[in-house]
Design a protein around this ligand. Structure first.
Ligand code: FAD
Ligand code: DHB
Length: 389
């Protein structure tokens, strides 16, 4: 088998890349380790920056997103139960859209099937060969048969636990990393959201986030310790703790309901540089992880593959590697801006186990400044809606 680009992974990065390449006249094949249902069953991100929405529109999959997604022109922050609203649209002229990653994935998969974009699910990638030559080969097994795909380029969109990043010799990769001493316990329920805006709450009991998927489906998160277990959190305990952290005015509007899903995710910042080794390019979570506090992970996956699609189109147009050479630096500039913002949000809103009263007061002063200063609010709003792609 032969194609121009083999894409590893059918998460948001891989699926969107296949559409962007198709629009630019470049053939690709997606290889995904899991089944489509498994990929669609993963409950993850929920907030799309305006630039991500534009990219989904560009590839023609925006119809359901515009019909069912909820546009948010403001976001709320809480400190010990006191609420402050930041008017994103009034401050920077942009909004964000709440639309689940599962829905984005479904729209991209459905449109890909309609267009006949090749995607092979339950494919077990065995080896990436000749990556530093101009004739790389990807070998995979499916249903007991081993297949080799010859290609011009490999796009590593296979997430943090994929095979792409480990295929790069460690001497050629520099890793920057920070682990946070807590995780997030998430709960999804078919109940109306407690607040019309997303609500990020800092409290002495730890951070809590009130988010949503639609006007009838809510997503809530609680900061938890790293050794916490989901089965230690029956629904009633989750709702009780959420009430305590969000403060009275939000708690008064909390509607309880049975959890559809409950899971724990650790928080970490991670960047591997550069995003290229020979003919292999990394994009999305394969290259970097941000803590979820800034809602940037999915949005960075989208901007990475936009830059990569442009670079590959530049190669096929000019047959020079000038734009491919620039991909890593171009993408990493935006990655680091989001790594910084996500780190800042995480640092300001969470309780750290070794917090001194001094550092807690610094956090309070920082949030107080944010609530009072239109300049600080504009900085937050500009980053939250997403820096230009
Ligand atoms: P993924 O979505 O990880 O997709 C990678 C794909 O590659 C997967 O389908 C995987 O099965 C496949 N794959 C792996 N190995 C192989 C292989 N060897 N061969 C072929 N395919 C392979 N972001 C937010 O903004 N907000 C959130 O609330 C949020 N919550 C999250 C919760 C969790 C538990 C996790 C893990 C992430 C969360 N994120 C969140 C981050 C966001 O979901 C990711 O940034 C986003 O999914 C990145 O997309 P991706 O396509 O790069 O990677
Ligand atoms: C969601 C997750 C986030 O990390 C965030 O900052 C906002 C919303 C969510 O899953 O809805």
């Amino acid at each position: 088998m032969r194609t121009q680009v083999v894409i590893l992974g059918a998460g948001p990065a891989g699926l969107l890349l296949s559409h962007l390449l198709h629009k630019r006249g470049i053939a690709s094949v997606i290889l995904e380790r899991r089944s489509p249902d498994y990929v669609l069953g993963r409950i993850r991100a929920g907030v799309l920056e305006h630039g991500t929405v534009e990219l989904l529109d560009e590839v023609g999959v925006g119809a359901r997103l515009h019909a069912e997604g909820v546009v948010h022109s403001a976001v709320e922050f809480g400190l010990d139960g006191h609420r402050h609203r930041i008017e994103l649209e009034a401050l920077v002229g942009r909004t964000v859209t709440v639309y689940g990653q599962t829905e984005v994935t479904r729209d991209l998969m459905d449109a890909g099937s309609r267009l006949g974009l090749p995607a092979i699910y339950e494919a077990n990638v065995l080896a990436l060969e000749h990556v530093d030559s101009d004739q790389p080969v990807v070998r995979y097994a499916k249903d007991g048969t081993v297949v080799a795909i010859h290609c011009d380029f490999i796009a590593g969109c296979d997430g943090y636990h994929g095979v792409s990043r480990p295929a790069i010799p460690s001497a050629k990769l520099t890793v920057y990393e920070r682990s946070y001493p807590f995780g997030w316990l998430g709960l999804l329920a078919d109940v109306p959201p407690a607040s019309d805006a997303l609500y990020y709450a800092s409290s002495d009991r730890g951070f809590a986030l009130c988010s949503m998927r639609s006007r009838s489906r809510s997503r809530y998160y609680l900061q938890c310790s790293l050794d916490e277990r989901v089965d230690a959190w029956p629904d009633a305990r989750f709702w009780d703790e959420l009430e305590r952290r969000v403060g009275e005015t939000v708690a008064a509007h909390l509607v309880r309901g049975p959890a559809l899903e409950k899971s724990i995710a650790p928080l970490r910042s991670f960047v591997a540089e550069p995003l290229r080794f020979g003919r292999l390019f990394l994009a999305g979570d394969a290259a970097h992880i941000v803590p979820p506090t800034g809602a940037k992970g999915l949005n960075l996956a989208a901007s990475d593959v936009y830059y990569l699609s442009e670079a590959l189109a530049g190669y096929y147009r000019s047959r020079t590697e000038r734009e491919l050479d620039a991909y890593s630096e171009r993408a990493l500039r935006r990655v680091w801006a989001s790594v910084r913002f996500s780190w800042w949000m995480t640092s300001q809103l969470h309780r750290f186990p070794d917090d001194s009263e001094f550092s807690r007061r610094i956090q309070r002063a920082e949030l107080d400044y944010l609530f009072r200063s239109p300049h600080a609010q504009r900085v937050l709003a500009e980053n939250y809606v997403g820096l230009p792609i």
